[in-house]
Design a protein around this ligand. Structure first.
Ligand SMILES: [Zn+2]
Length: 461
């Protein structure tokens, strides 16, 4: 008789592989959001160009219905994005559904079966779970997004912001939306793949299953408790159990075998809990001693990672000291996300960052400048815009530095040059024409000084 270990290898691993491959494809989502974000900035810059000002007022915008038109255009860009995301998800999910279905039936020893009918797969896509389904959730998010983006524009106009400042804010909102969408796609995919496995069991006449957690999830209190539990197909808990849950189902062919694997599963979970979550005295002391610094770190991480982080401080500390693998992932995620953060959204870091962290933040924002420049403008205007952004980031980076003494030094030694000063400098030093100087400013606004990168500890790639 085949053991749970066998089914884990044969079926659970298959589902996880399908999931990982789909997750790999999800990179395309980021591109979709970035493209939509660029299109939105373009719309904004186009209006500003027509009005011949970088700080349009609300009343100017009401003339000729400009605001209404701009908002309509934003709405249609986001609408199109929503349609693309929906199609992308449905194509991939359907592919995954077929793969998992086939894998399960073959694993159960069947060779002669039909592909799941298209109608059935569509039915599963529409079926509600936890009160909703993929499309409804996506379109609800999309509506909120449109409202938020329009608010950014309206508030920006009221507050007298420049179009560049508004474009940055819109871009930040879009980045946030990408994360929301990515999380949704991950959960929905996991759900859909598990529904596929269930329908394969049903079609194969296998009426009972065991819930099976991935090894690193057996310490999770939600999944660990259910790991190895036996259910009839109809009563099985709906998966995933939480965000990023990778639990799946394995079949029960023989009751004795299932009872045995249930016992083994419980023993396994107990061992994992003991190994990872009951800290020995040394760790407990460490947690106590580091309470305050950890608390500060928790608040800072929360600012950057939001819901990606454990909800409570206790859980955060538990993760930090008991689960080095997960903690490593959290730290990586933090470094990855922090650099992309808008200055205003990370108040805990103001005058509170190491030189290295500051430098990385600055480098990312500089390199992102091309994404924010309005390329429909003249080269001179583009250069001016690049230069303004560069200066803004330079000052913000200095505002991030913990070492404010050093900052004063930098301010004295390297004050922000005005646009005109910079042009003159380039013309004199390199013998460039005006036009060449503009191009050079655009080029150099995206490159940080290698010498300072090195001093701060950034390695060359
Ligand atoms: Zn789980």
């Amino acid at each position: 008789m085949k053991s749970s270990e066998y089914w884990e290898k044969r079926i659970a691993n298959g589902t996880w592989t399908t999931y990982n491959n789909l997750e790999e494809k999800n990179r395309a989502l980021l591109e979709m959001y970035q493209e939509a974000s660029l299109n939105i900035s373009d719309e904004l810059y186009r209006v500003s160009e027509k009005m011949k000002t970088s700080t349009p007022t609300l009343s100017d915008m009401h003339k000729f219905d400009r605001l209404t038109k701009l908002q309509k255009n934003i709405e249609s860009i986001i609408g199109e994005l929503g349609e693309n995301v929906e199609k992308f998800y449905i194509d991939n999910a359907t592919q995954g559904f077929k793969e998992v279905y086939k894998n399960v039936r073959v694993a159960l020893g069947e060779t002669d079966f039909n592909e799941p009918p298209k109608k059935l797969m569509e039915q599963f896509l529409r079926k509600q779970w936890e009160g909703s389904n993929f499309s409804t959730r996506l379109w609800k998010n999309t509506q909120v997004l449109v409202t938020n983006l329009n608010d950014v524009v309206t508030n920006g106009l009221i507050q007298g912001k420049t179009v560049t400042e508004m474009a940055i804010q819109l871009n930040n909102r879009m980045n946030k939306e990408f994360n929301i969408c990515h999380r949704l796609v991950r959960s929905e995919t996991m759900h859909y793949l598990n529904e596929s496995a269930k329908s394969a069991y049903k079609d194969a006449g296998c009426e009972k299953i065991q819930l099976w957690a991935a090894i690193d999830e057996r310490t999770c209190p939600v999944c660990g408790v259910k790991h190895g539990n036996k259910y009839s197909l109809r009563d099985a808990p709906v998966l995933p159990l939480h965000a990023n849950c990778r639990c799946t189902y394995i079949p029960i062919i023989d009751d004795d075998v299932a009872n045995n694997s249930h016992a083994i599963a419980k023993e396994d979970v107990k061992k994992e809990w003991q190994r990872r979550s009951i800290p020995d005295e040394q760790i407990k002391d460490k947690m106590k001693k580091n309470y305050e610094t950890d608390m500060k770190q928790y608040k800072k991480y929360k600012e950057v990672l939001g819901e990606e982080l454990p909800k409570s401080f206790d859980k955060f500390q538990g993760l930090k000291y008991n689960n080095s693998e997960e903690w490593g992932k959290v730290k990586d995620k933090f470094s990855e996300v922090f650099v992309t953060k808008d200055f205003d959204s990370i108040p805990s870091f103001h005058e509170n960052c190491s030189n290295l962290l500051t430098r990385k933040w600055y480098k990312w924002h500089d390199e992102n400048i091309p994404n924010l420049i309005d390329t429909s403008k003249t080269i001179q205007e583009q250069a001016r815009q690049a230069h303004e952004l560069r200066n803004t980031y330079r000052i913000q980076a200095r505002d991030l530095m913990k070492d404010q003494e050093e900052r004063k030094n930098l301010d004295t030694k390297h004050p922000n040059p005005s646009f005109e000063e910079l042009i003159e400098h380039k013309k004199l030093k390199y013998g460039l024409s005006n036009e060449e100087a503009y191009v050079d400013i655009i080029r150099s606004s995206q490159t940080t000084n290698k010498k300072y990168d090195k001093i701060a500890g950034i390695k060359e790639e």
